[in-house]
Design a protein. Structure first.
Length: 336
């Protein structure tokens, strides 16, 4: 069984068979321990990223014999597992009383690159892109906190051409890879984006202004509809969903939070780092970047931008925290 499938199955069994059996006191103890694990994770994150093969570090629950245990840990994602004798230094088994857990996740990749042309207005979940990129996903509609106007949200690497765009550039739907051309398919112009640096990034995000009000709709494709709210994720075991350009409507489980990803190749910059990420079981493919991540109550929680893959398939998928996205771009997700 592929690594991503076995990891996803282990989490599914845990959520469906064991999570509901935990008492209030079990959860209270678990959350206190995970909060402490998060503090330790932040303290030792940069050190753990210096170990060979390490591509991600976060807070999770430990996997034992392909089963999820109720043991908070610092999860360390590696490109591939190697025997200790083949490593110049081995990842410590315990850090300040918190166990580590090494998960083979593969290579970090951005999720850029169909669905047919949708009718107008365009719902989130469909192909979109800057005129000089391939294609990503229209995530959702947002409201600017200052001007109060409605904007569309996707990634920097989808709508701002990896930092290389100019405000006012055309955004086409579908994305160029899917046949979109300017001016016939232009639905918006680039309005604002978060510049990506080599270190310390928390969001890969951009917003664009629709060329007319009725060109987009807030109701997300795949039967999701309009988001009902926004929440911050600071635990694991939550069922989540998204609608994306390539894999369309998929579901997953939150397996880690307060997670980093490094090194992630960013065209023009080389290796970049992202922090404060949400990690789910694999639920994407190239072109799904920009998808809004929601819980099963349709509350927005994250914003898909990358994954770690083996043989072209997600082991885990990485998302920016939607609260960070809102604050960095000075917008609010449009909700019911």
């Amino acid at each position: 069984m592929p690594a991503g499938e076995s990891y996803r199955d282990a989490w599914r069994r845990f959520v469906e068979e064991h999570l509901a059996t935990l008492t209030y006191h079990d959860w209270e103890f678990l959350e206190k321990r995970m909060n402490y694990s998060s503090i330790v994770c932040d303290k030792f994150r940069s050190i753990l990223h210096t170990y060979p093969n390490v591509v991600g570090v976060g807070v999770s629950l430990k996997v034992r014999n392909n089963e999820i245990a109720t043991t908070p840990c610092i999860v360390v994602f590696v490109r591939r597992k190697l025997k200790p004798e083949f490593l110049p230094k081995a990842i410590p088994e315990v850090v300040e009383g918190i166990p580590t857990d090494v998960i083979e996740a593969g290579v970090p990749v951005l999720r850029h690159y169909i669905r047919p042309y949708p009718p107008r207005p365009v719902p989130p979940g469909y192909s979109i892109g800057h005129i000089k990129v391939t294609a990503g996903t229209l995530g959702c509609l947002v409201r600017d906190r200052i001007t109060k106007e409605i904007l569309i949200l996707s990634n920097n690497h989808v709508m701002a051409n990896f930092n290389n765009a100019s405000i006012g550039d055309p955004i086409v739907q579908p994305g160029p890879y899917d046949g979109g051309k300017h001016p016939a398919d232009t639905i918006a112009i680039l309005f604002r984006f978060k510049q990506i640096a080599q270190r310390g990034n928390t969001v890969d995000a951009a917003v664009a202004r629709p060329i007319k009000p009725n060109v987009v709709t807030p109701s997300i494709a795949g039967g999701i509809g309009i988001p009902t709210g926004v929440r911050r994720v600071n635990t694991v075991g939550i069922y989540v969903q998204k609608a994306g350009r390539t894999t369309q409507h998929t579901t997953g489980i939150v397996v880690a939070y307060n997670a980093s990803i490094y090194p992630l190749n960013w065209p023009g910059l080389g290796n970049v780092e992202f922090l404060q990420c949400i990690v789910t079981t694999g639920m994407s493919a190239g072109g799904d970047s920009g998808s809004l991540l929601l819980d099963f109550n349709k509350r927005a929680v994250g914003f898909l931008f990358a994954a770690m893959e083996i043989d072209g398939k997600d082991v885990v998928t990485y998302h920016n925290d939607i609260i960070n996205v809102q604050n960095e771009l000075n917008v609010n997700v449009l909700t019911k």
